[in-house]
Design a protein. Structure first.
Length: 310
């Protein structure tokens, strides 16, 4: 159809009052870890928004993401895992409570294929969870075609910028949560830690959780069996909890220890005190040794009792 010069294409717009905005209500997906849920100010991860979880290697980014997947499945939500790193471990996912028979998986070689497939999936689902693991693993086709010594400057960031612009309205309309995992690396010029994905992602994300390994080890006798990980809120557009942090206990092969964040808070606030190798709740001796105390916090009734005293 050819329009006359003075003709104008007419578009239909939807007007509404701000108070009746259909996209303002959020569904919150718990992470499975009380301390982390608390510092988000929401009780977990919000739908309709982008959440970024960043950190260096072996700090538990994928572990937290899989735990969120498990909680979303318990809420009867559809779930999608985009494995750009080809590192998805079904056995470990099941340990964390994920029903892998009910989890959709995208695992393509090129970044464009992963992101296009994710967009198509999001268009077809409502009230769902999508995890992108990770931005650092996305390989632009142009970079792959240049060979091992080739590099496309800003190629990855351009793809992410376009993806964010396209996906943000779909997340809001379909009530979908997008969790993006991101690597941290040291910038050679400034010496500062940076993340992949470019500036557009910095603007697009509503919640940013940064994980870092503390200089604290979890020991069983003479053997190290885990690490203490600090989770810090670096950006939060939904609640005023920026700069708040929680300590989580990561056990190798088992994931983050449930109740360990409550245990650490109780120790910090002197609700639980230590004398020698023994731990006391008030005047009552409750455990001897850190391992025994960790085991005690696996009991939900005891954990709730301590939480009521915090």
């Amino acid at each position: 159809m050819i329009l006359a010069q003075d003709e104008k294409v007419k578009y239909t717009y939807t007007h509404m009052k701000a108070s009746s905005n259909p996209y303002k209500s959020l569904t919150v997906i718990p992470t499975g870890y009380a301390g982390l849920d608390k510092i988000t100010g929401l009780g977990g991860i919000p739908t309709r928004k982008i959440t970024e979880i960043s950190g260096q290697f072996s700090v538990g980014k994928s572990t937290i993401a899989l735990s969120i997947v498990a909680r979303a499945q318990q809420m009867k939500m559809d779930t999608l895992y985009i494995d750009s790193e080809f590192s998805f471990d079904e056995k470990y996912a099941r340990v964390l409570g994920v029903d892998t028979d009910d989890l959709d998986l995208i695992c393509e070689r090129f970044a464009e294929a992963n992101l296009d497939a994710a967009e198509e999936w999001i268009e077809k689902h409502k009230k769902a969870l999508v995890v992108l693991d990770s931005i650092g693993g996305l390989l632009p086709r142009a970079e792959a075609e240049k060979g091992s010594d080739g590099k496309v400057i800003g190629g990855q960031a351009k793809l992410i910028a376009t993806f964010c612009r396209k996906i943000i309205p779909l997340l809001a309309i379909n009530n979908i949560a997008l969790v993006i995992l991101n690597h941290e690396f040291t910038d050679i010029m400034s010496g500062k830690l940076k993340t992949s994905g470019g500036a557009k992602l910095e603007y697009a994300k509503s919640l940013w959780i940064r994980l870092r390994k503390l200089n604290k080890r979890v020991m069983s006798g003479e053997n190290q069996v885990g690490d203490i990980i600090e989770a810090e809120i670096r950006k939060n557009k939904l609640a005023g909890t920026t700069k708040q942090s929680a300590e989580l206990t990561l056990l190798y092969g088992q994931g983050f220890l449930k109740g360990a964040d409550v245990m650490q808070e109780a120790i910090d606030k002197l609700v639980i005190t230590k004398q020698g190798q023994s731990y006391f709740l008030g005047s009552e001796k409750i455990a001897r040794g850190q391992a025994a105390l960790r085991d005690l916090f696996q009991d939900s009734a005891f954990k709730e009792k301590v939480q009521s005293l915090l």
